[in-house]
Ligand binder design. Structure first.
Ligand code: ZN
Length: 491
């Protein structure tokens, strides 16, 4: 297929034709979670956005190596090098070992991602498992003269780097902007310049997560892990680096500087960032009381929620917006998304039962091209969904016998609908309530009722009654009607 995939590159600030460095291989790195608490809504958007990218690139025929890290060390409470390590703090509060915190919330994150039908990445490296690689990176930056040691810590020399390479190319900030917005923080007296950031921090006596290094017993600065692990698994140059827009500064800006300072070239070809989520029009934040975990969405327990929302509703709602637009969560919007998704899933079921009836009189011919055009336009999932809604309307017309379709077009419609709704957008029938098992049970009940019909036709009342009574004992209420028996499960 002709390559038409255009992606918006945050670095160049325009859409660019996607041309991998080493086709058909594609290297994709996405900043994963810092695992110190339950996964919340803010985790869902980048995970789903880059899951669709991962799925789509594979659909286009690329061999994708998708690396999504687990941050389990060095992410301090404030994104500047300040405060306690987020994981160490949780460990202190719960009086457990930091790696127990990491294990607990990594497993939880996987469970939630699975519920959202987010595919596992190809590699999921932990920062704490790559201390050696991070120390090597810091050494190189020191050797190249873009860092300095100060009281056992190592800082990146932003002013010196700025003269050689220009700092701030991703976020569009210049050094003065950065200086003006930098607060007076802990460790400032160790720095030559307030804009400098830590590559290695000497651990205070109470800091429990620490490793030996040439400079001190300490821990790596947060930004080092992605530069070190991206390079280890995807090479010195790779195709796509993604994450939420909140990571553009300082995290990704610092990654660019570290890569350039260590290797002398830009590491990443395309930078992609998803926009942020608001809740009822306000930013999400712990202090604002609107910090909703994904489990709270799934069981409806948060006070801002009027009902529970299934993982697929969350996924569908996020994909109904373009990834570079903001998304505002409200009960009304989620309920509308829930209905919309049900309409699509119902239409797909209806489609399975349609038969070709002749000449095609509905507008389904261009569906495949339209959906590809939308995806090729910087992954416009919102547009794909709107095309699938058009297709659903056509399907309903066919079911109502208000239109006809040829055999070839019907087969094409089934294939394209499945491809975009399930394979690429990653929707699926809800599994939250064991629905696959229940569906199988339902089929078994149908089979028994067919046996009962046969028994009745043979006037074998004993068998017929036995089937009815035994189903009743299991909670299945059977009703006989003109068109045969129907059943429902009483609980
Ligand atoms: Zn990162």
């Amino acid at each position: 297929m002709e390559n038409k995939f255009m992606i918006y590159n945050t670095l160049s600030r325009k859409k660019e034709l996607f041309e991998p460095l080493n086709a058909p291989n594609v290297g994709l790195y996405v900043c994963g979670p810092t695992v110190y608490g339950p996964a919340h809504l803010g985790h869902a958007r980048p995970a789903i956005t880059f899951d669709v990218l991962f799925r789509y690139l594979q659909n286009l025929g690329y061999k994708v190596r998708y690396v999504r890290n687990i941050t389990d060390v060095g992410h301090l409470e404030h994104d500047a090098d300040e405060g306690e390590d987020k994981i160490a703090k949780k460990a202190r509060l719960e009086q457990i070992e930091p790696m127990e915190v990491v294990q607990q919330y990594t497993l939880h994150y996987h469970k939630v991602m699975d519920a959202l039908n987010v595919l596992p990445p190809s590699i999921e490296p932990h920062a704490s498992g790559h201390i050696i690689e991070q120390i090597e990176l810091v050494k190189e930056i020191l050797d190249n003269g873009f860092a300095y040691e100060s009281q056992g810590s190592v800082y990146f020399d932003v002013a010196k780097y700025d003269k050689a390479h220009k700092y701030g190319i991703l976020s569009g900030r210049n050094l003065d902007d950065v200086l003006n917005t930098t607060r007076e923080l802990d460790g400032q007296d160790e720095k030559r310049n307030p804009a400098d950031f830590a590559l290695w921090k000497c651990a205070q006596p109470e800091h429990i997560m620490r490793w030996p290094s040439p400079w001190s017993n300490g821990f790596p600065g947060w930004h080092c892990e992605c530069t070190a692990m991206g390079r280890k698994y995807l090479g010195e140059q790779f195709d796509i680096h993604g994450g939420g827009m909140d990571l553009v500064f300082p995290h990704h800006e610092c990654e660019i500087a570290q890569g350039m300072a260590a290797m002398g070239h830009n590491v990443v070809k395309y930078w992609m960032h998803n926009n942020m989520i608001t809740i009822n029009g306000t930013k999400m934040g712990k202090s604002l009381g609107n910090f909703i975990t994904l489990d709270e969405f799934f069981n409806g327990s948060h006070k801002l929620l009027t009902q529970a929302y299934t993982p697929m509703t969350i996924r569908f709602f996020i994909l109904q917006a373009h990834y570079r637009s903001t998304v505002d969560f409200s009960n009304e919007a989620l309920q509308a998304a829930e209905k919309g998704m049900q309409r699509l899933l119902e239409a797909y079921k209806t489609l399975g039962g349609l038969v070709a009836t002749g000449e095609t009189t509905v507008d389904v011919k261009e569906l495949r091209n339209k959906c590809y055009d939308a995806m090729n336009d910087d992954m416009n999932t919102a547009q794909v969904i709107s095309h699938l809604f058009d297709a659903s309307r056509a399907i309903n017309q066919l079911a109502d016998k208000k239109a006809t379709i040829s055999e070839a077009d019907l087969a094409e419609l089934k294939e394209v609908f499945h491809l975009f709704a399930f394979d690429i957008l990653g929707l699926r029938e809800e599994q939250g309530s064991n629905s696959a098992r229940e569906e199988a049970f339902g089929k078994v009940v149908d089979m028994l009722l067919q046996q009962r019909q046969v028994a009745k036709a043979n006037k074998d009342w004993a068998t017929s009654d036995k089937i009815r009574d035994e189903l009743a004992a299991l909670g299945f209420e059977v009703k006989d009607g003109k068109d045969g028996a129907t059943w429902r499960l009483n609980r």
